[in-house]
Design a protein around this ligand. Structure first.
Ligand code: BGC
Length: 711
């Protein structure tokens, strides 16, 4: 509820509130209250006490992680923290598995629990603004921050981000969805322009932000570093004014990324409310003369300040301490949740001869080798990097599970003495933990598709000595496994598993938990097979120069790299299913220790275009152990007037089933599930005619299908 109120109403109320203590509004202890005439009146009363200079002062942050205080109106500063894997800025924290792992869980309830927990963790650290979640699309496996984000699919991202944000904000903490928009690579992120057509933007890159605003009512959005179609996002009128604040009705705070503002006047006029971490550009030096010259209206500045005040009042930040004694800084419940996220996300990609699960009674000698086995690799690098309480390494987690009688041989690389080798050859099983870490994958740089140096050889040597070798991969998405995949019987993807990753590895390898993760990205055979590969780095011949002014007021010309999104809608599985080619492992894929069957698809044969359509089917656990399956519903539009991806995910649900159990499931498809963005009409459109609905366990395995005619 973010309705606006007519000026006369809050003008009268402003007078009443101005006459009493300005910051005495009653607030609930936790969740924000909706906007109301009383909040509007109080925000206007505070605004009316500020000079133009003071208002401008509020438009920039301070001390890296705070909004500015304004003692003249009794306004303290409010605290922020990074967030993608944990509330990390203010000391040790619970480090969760992060975005790509959450997406691999395909569990909207888990997203809500994580949001709640991060909100509580934030309150326990006196934090008012959580600088997450990140929802940029995993267009390429090279993008350094995929592990913080979610998946390659806008529907999956939207479905997860809504409960996550609702969870955070229910705790009285503002969530900040980021990075708006099209920050899909880390390489050259300050100077790269994501050049993309409107349909691609609307169908692939904006929906998760749209859901965050229109469904979760997120109260803060962070602009990205990159330019979009040649204009910095912090001053991009299309993104900020037309779409975000216009069409979507965003009423919260639009903040910059840290030093992603490049022009104070342009940013102020094009939607930026708060320049972080300091007012390098949106400051009195730039804005006062601009107001006097009529380049910036004072009402525009007022509007930015009101957005800040309104949010702070709605959350009660001015009326209560943010620290809530009911919350724990160190929480055993959070550790349990961190373990749950890891367990739900690990994705079993190969299990030849059913090597897994291992029987702990039969494992007396185990070799655990590789750089990611110890110490624990909980997350990637950069501003999300959390200092976890007691992270559990793979070595520790597996050894704990096996207990005191097992012999555990550990080495981070291939041992070079005969005796040590023998230890690998004679082991009942070998675990090789490889992949990326906070140094090789993270913010500010892209990563390689090949594994870091020496890791392919390590796997080849291990499997040559002992064919019972299980490979564990750590990383934000796909990586090159071709050199050794056919020699290795078992492959498990861990993404970045958070602080309880080692415990989760033990429980999954030894069958205490049945793997249930499903790939949130298509796992490519090679980097050049990825549909974005030929577009990913701009052609230097397309570079342009941007004339702008530096914070010191001196002219600053810099080179803009144009990254053309020529792959358009063909991101991930949309490309693979449309071309009929296959990646190594498809989006949505993941093995279990049990098997599932889909049956009895039921959908109407006809429906009115725009009506909600119910689709139901049965899922049965046909194996011998309990397990979880993710039923995925894809929609195809073969009679569309425009080219559309062959299929698109439009529904999913996770179901836990005992052996032999069947569950009848129903998914709903709303108007958007059948729509595409009509470029000429500038709106979502349904072409009446035939649609095909497919249900299955991955983007490539959809055993059920039905046709529906929309009229
Ligand atoms: C990152 C943001 C982060 C901010 C504050 C920037 O470098 O891109 O995601 O929230 O720093 O740490």
């Amino acid at each position: 509820m973010k309705n606006r109120f007519l000026l006369p109403v809050y003008s009268i109320l402003a007078l009443i509130f101005a006459s009493i203590s300005p910051l005495c509004l009653e607030v609930r202890a936790q969740a924000p209250v909706p906007d109301s005439p009383a909040i509007e009146a109080q925000a206007h009363a505070l605004l009316s006490k500020l000079t133009l200079e003071q208002k401008i002062e509020l438009l920039g942050g301070i001390d890296n992680m705070f909004t500015r205080p304004m003692p003249a109106i009794g306004l303290p500063r409010f605290k922020m923290s990074d967030a993608s894997v944990g509330v990390r800025t203010w000391g040790p924290t619970t480090a969760y598995a992060g975005g790509s792992a959450l997406a691999a869980s395909w569990d909207t309830d888990l997203a809500r629990k994580l949001g709640d927990a991060l909100g509580r963790d934030a309150r326990a650290r006196n934090v008012n603004f959580l600088l997450g979640p990140g929802v940029n699309i995993a267009r390429s496996p090279l993008a350094g921050r995929n592990f913080e984000y979610l998946s390659e699919d806008p529907f999956l991202n939207s479905a997860l981000v809504v409960p996550f944000i609702e969870g955070v904000e229910s705790q009285g903490v503002i969530a900040t969805v980021k990075h708006f928009a099209l920050n899909d690579q880390e390489f050259n992120r300050h100077n790269a322009s994501s050049d993309v057509d409107e349909r691609t933007m609307r169908e692939i890159y904006l929906p998760a932000f749209e859901a965050a605003v229109t469904k979760a009512h997120v109260d803060a959005v962070m602009n990205s570093y990159n330019l979009v179609n040649g204009v910095h996002s912090t001053q991009n009128d299309f993104l900020n004014l037309k779409v975000l604040k216009g069409e979507w009705g965003f009423a919260g705070i639009l903040m910059s990324d840290w030093d992603s503002t490049y022009d104070g006047v342009a940013a102020c006029n094009n939607g930026l409310d708060l320049e972080m971490p300091s007012p390098k550009f949106m400051n009195a030096g730039n804005l006062l003369p601009a107001v006097r010259a009529g380049q910036v209206k004072e009402s525009t500045i007022d509007e930015h300040v009101l957005r800040l005040l309104r949010a702070e009042l709605r959350y009660g930040f001015t009326a209560r301490p943010q620290f809530d004694p009911a919350d724990s800084t160190y929480s055993v419940a959070d550790r349990t949740l961190a373990l749950e996220e890891a367990l739900e996300s690990f994705t079993l990609l190969k299990n030849e001869g059913r090597l897994l699960p291992l029987d702990p009674a039969k494992i007396k000698n185990i070799a655990i080798i590789g750089p990611d086995a110890y110490p624990a690799v909980t997350g990637g690098g950069g501003s999300s990097e959390a200092h976890a309480f007691e992270p559990v390494s793979i070595l520790t987690g597996v050894a704990n599970l096996l207990g005191p009688d097992a012999h555990v041989f550990y080495s981070d690389s291939m041992p070079d003495t005969d005796a040590e080798k023998k230890a690998v050859a004679r082991a009942d099983v070998v675990i090789v933990a490889v992949g990326f870490d906070a140094k090789t994958e993270g913010e500010g740089h892209d990563r390689t598709f090949t594994l870091p140096a020496g890791q392919d050889v390590l796997i080849e040597q291990a499997v040559a000595l002992n064919p019972r070798t299980i490979v564990l991969l750590t990383g934000g998405g796909g990586m090159d496994v071709n050199r050794w995949l056919d020699k290795v019987p078992a492959l498990l993807h861990l993404y970045y598993p958070g602080q309880e990753g080692g415990t989760a590895v033990g429980q999954i390898l030894f069958g205490q938990h049945n793997p249930e993760g499903k790939l949130p990205v298509s796992f490519d055979r090679s980097w050049d097979a990825n549909p974005s590969a030929k577009w990913y780095y701009g052609d230097p011949r397309d570079n342009t120069t941007l004339d702008t002014t530096g914070p010191d007021g001196k002219p600053l010309d810099y080179t803009v790299e144009h990254v053309k999104y020529g792959d358009k809608l063909m991101v991930g599985y949309r490309y693979w299913t449309t071309t009929g080619k296959h990646p190594l492992y498809p989006f949505g894929y993941g093995l279990s220790y049990t098997t599932f069957a889909f049956s009895r698809l039921d959908a109407p044969a006809t429906a009115a275009a725009g009506a909600t359509v119910s689709v139901s089917f049965d899922v049965t656990n046909t194996g011998n152990v309990a397990g979880a399956e993710v039923a995925q519903l894809y929609v195809s539009d073969p009679s569309a007037k425009v080219d559309r991806p062959e299929r698109e995910l439009k529904g999913f649900a996770k179901v836990r089933l005992a052996p032999g159990e069947t569950r009848h499931m129903t998914l709903s498809l709303d108007a958007r599930a059948f729509s595409y963005w009509d470029e000429a009409a500038h709106k979502w459109t349904i072409d009446p005619g035939k649609f095909v609905l497919r249900v299955g366990d991955s983007s490539e395995n959809t055993p059920l299908s039905a046709e529906i005619d929309l009229h």
